[in-house]
Write a protein that binds this ligand. Structure first.
Ligand code: PLP
Length: 397
């Protein structure tokens, strides 16, 4: 077993060897610029990029001409909000989103607020779910965009995208989805789900870093976006700059693999996640699992070990496990993530949260090893915790 065991797949994923293999010729002999239509080398690369675009589009039920390549979800999200400012502000200046979005949504929204936009951040319940009635009631004549993530990157809660798409359509408001955590993990169909704009990244789905896409609906309605980056007019003038050909080829390949293997990867990671959850909740007391019980990413386990500060726990296992916590200790004070804050958790649950993100290459023995390590470390830390000893003495837990 290679140490540390990598269980942080929400943050990024390793490259699938088959993707690396597909990319290699484009880092060597097939180096031509995809925009160099005057010679055969350029034309050949252009053809391969077109094929990759087809594969990326097919994964989400879109057409090739509805995809532009970007550097990733952060850029795609930014382009959507930039477009709201450049194109849609004339129709209204109200946007609806929610509290547990990624910072690549929240920060551009903050910038828009400074420019006179009004943003409604829908609240979430303790499981990270929004209330669809709140959403419907938030829509006004001024609303131009609903932007919601498909699944949350910390607690794994999956939002009811199809139902939200229906609301957006009935109110004639554009619907943007950040699908960084779900592309290649859950089935996505932009038609069935009523999505107008969708952002995703290759590196969250076993592809290369620094490449992603923005899906832009071309029909019913015809959705317009404005370029964030001006220059040579690449990507129909919507995203200038020489294409990242090796990245795009890798992205295409990873989407082809996902189209075939999503269901099997879903089952594999879900079995491992359930096993880890079962062991942690049965072999330790005072353990709380976050996120929705059912509508949840198959590979996510966000869990609190009460009376065990996540910083201390992370430290105890750092040579053996690569996991993430929901809080960071910055110069002596604990900063809880905005996602855990939005859940209004009781007691010390936010400060004691660990996030496990299981990947398709993880094996059962790695999960058992992780469970062993965590259980031992939690027991050791609790043995030194006066609060825990006091709770036990009072019979709590
Ligand atoms: C990772 C992630 C992003 C950012 O993706 P980049 O590839 O770093 O731009 C945005 N949203 C969510 C939900 C994510 O998980």
């Amino acid at each position: 077993m290679k140490l540390p065991v990598y269980l942080d797949h929400h943050s990024t994923t390793p490259l699938d060897p088959r993707v690396l293999e597909a990319m290699q010729p484009f880092l060597k002999e097939n180096f031509a610029n995809a925009a160099s239509a005057q010679h055969v080398l350029g034309k050949e690369v252009e053809k391969c990029v077109a094929h990759a675009r087809e594969s990326v589009a097919a994964l989400i039920g879109a057409r090739r001409d509805e995809i532009i390549f970007t550097s990733g979800t952060t850029e795609s999200n930014n382009q959507v909000f930039w477009s709201a400012r450049e194109i849609y502000a004339k129709k209204g200046k109200h946007i609806i989103s929610q509290q547990t979005e990624h910072r690549s949504v929240l920060e551009p929204l903050k910038a828009l607020e400074k420019e006179g936009f009004r943003v409604t951040y829908l609240p979430v319940n303790v499981k990270g779910e929004i209330n669809l009635k709140d959403l419907e009631q938030a829509v006004t004549n001024e609303t131009i965009l609903i932007s919601l993530m498909h699944a949350n990157n910390e607690i794994g809660t999956v939002h009811p995208i199809e139902a939200i798409g229906k609301i957006a359509k009935s109110k004639q408001v554009l619907f943007h989805v950040d699908a960084a955590q779900t592309s290649g993990k859950l089935r996505i169909d932009v038609e069935q789900m009523g999505i107008d704009l969708l952002s995703f990244s290759a590196h969250k789905m076993y592809g290369p870093k620094g490449v992603g896409a923005l899906y832009i609906r071309r029909k019913n309605p015809h959705v317009r976006v404005a370029p964030l980056i001006l220059g040579g007019g690449h990507e129909n003038g919507l995203r200038s700059g020489t294409l990242n050909v090796p990245g795009i080829i890798g992205f295409g390949k990873t989407c082809e693999l996902a189209a075939l293997e999503t269901d099997q990867d879903f089952k594999h990671t879900q079995v491992l996640r359930n096993h880890l959850q079962h062991r942690l909740t049965h072999e330790l007391d005072l353990v709380f699992v976050h996120g929705a019980a059912k509508e949840r990413l198959p590979h996510n386990l966000s869990v609190s070990f009460s009376c065990t500060e996540s910083d201390a726990l992370m430290m105890a296992v750092q040579d053996k496990l690569a996991v993430s916590s929901g809080s960071a200790c910055v110069s002596g004070t604990t900063h809880v993530s905005h996602v855990l804050k939005a859940l209004n958790l009781e007691g010390d649950l936010a400060q004691t949260t660990i996030r496990f993100g299981i990947g398709k290459f993880n094996k059962l023995e790695e999960i058992d090893f992780a469970a062993d390590q965590i259980i031992e470390a939690v027991k050791n830390l609790r043995a030194m915790s006066p609060i825990y000893q006091d709770m036990k003495a009072k019979g709590i837990g």
